[in-house]
Ligand binder design. Structure first.
Ligand SMILES: [Zn+2]
Length: 294
């Protein structure tokens, strides 16, 4: 069982084996021999937990940097209590940032492409999609997509946490590992910024002609292409970071980590199929049913 919250305190356990280290004068774990620095974590807390002192913006981006650029230092935090409530707030802020980017992208896409135009070329077996799209007012398609995306992102940014409380660990370590794992959605913060930069670069073509210099066109078009590569890299990092954290924080062995690496994309695909496939399909058939009644 996992206790829902951990209150930061002075408990200190070995990162590697979970041995109680409080009160020891030696800098080596008596159980497994791993060396530890009792002052490191109290001197370098997770910046997000210091948001009152640092300010929310700074605390958030410092945490993103810590998780992505210094995973080893980040994982040292399993030696002391980690607040699950803080970690969940970090997850919510990250989902919020992705949604801001998604709204920006869908507004631009719906302004410049006729989404319903694609249905004219659909094979006949996909007629339900055509019927579904014809029933939705064109302006509300981006809204429907973004609502479904929220329904996807909230569980998707927490699915890896299933692997972060293996019963072989003590409850105390499970709680810390679970809380730390919620920070693994950090790459999505950069993905949101990258998507917004890509949109800004794409919108270059709508600037007044006088501004369309060769240099601006070259920079904007290059930026647009590289932002797409960067987005793919960040999404791969979103997948890989839970595995790295699980290994660095000694939560999972190699085989369990492989299970996480293979299982997480499978869960994401299943979730996407439910949220973007089954939910609209149920809505479609429910509305057909209601239409047939009146
Ligand atoms: Zn140890």
């Amino acid at each position: 069982m996992v206790v829902p919250d951990a209150t930061p305190g002075e408990e200190l356990i070995c990162l590697k084996c979970g041995y109680e280290l409080r009160g020891l004068t030696s800098r080596d774990c008596p159980e497994c021999g791993a060396s530890f620095d009792p002052d490191h974590i109290s001197k370098h807390p997770i910046p997000w937990t210091m948001r009152r002192e640092l300010g929310r913006f700074s605390a958030y981006w410092r945490t993103v940097w810590l998780v992505m650029a210094h995973p080893k230092r980040f994982c040292l935090h399993i030696a002391r209590p980690v607040s699950l409530a803080d970690a969940r707030r970090f997850q919510w802020v990250t989902v919020g940032l992705v949604m801001i980017a998604a709204v920006v992208v869908t507004i631009v896409v719906s302004m410049h492409f006729d989404v319903r135009g694609i249905t004219g070329n659909l094979p006949s077996r996909l007629w339900p999609l055509e019927r579904l799209l014809s029933m939705v007012p064109p302006n509300s398609l981006p809204i429907v997509f973004n609502v479904l995306l929220v329904g996807f992102l909230i569980p998707a940014t927490g699915m890896h946490t299933y692997w972060f409380h293996p019963s072989v660990l003590t409850i105390r370590r499970q709680n810390r590992a679970l809380a730390l794992s919620y920070y693994c959605c950090a790459p999505l913060a950069w993905a949101s910024v990258t998507a917004c930069v890509a949109v800004a670069a794409y919108l270059r073509r709508y600037l007044p002609d006088a501004w369309q210099t060769g240099a601006l066109i070259a920079v904007a078009d290059t930026l647009f292409i590289y932002c797409q590569y960067l987005l793919v890299i960040l999404l791969v990092l979103w997948w890989g970071l839970p595995q790295l954290t699980a290994r660095r924080a000694h939560v999972l062995g190699p085989f369990e980590t492989l299970g996480l690496a293979l299982g997480l994309p499978a869960l994401w695909l299943g979730l996407a199929a439910v949220v973007f496939g089954a939910v609209p399909a149920i809505g479609f058939y429910a509305s057909l049913l209601i239409h047939s009644l009146f």
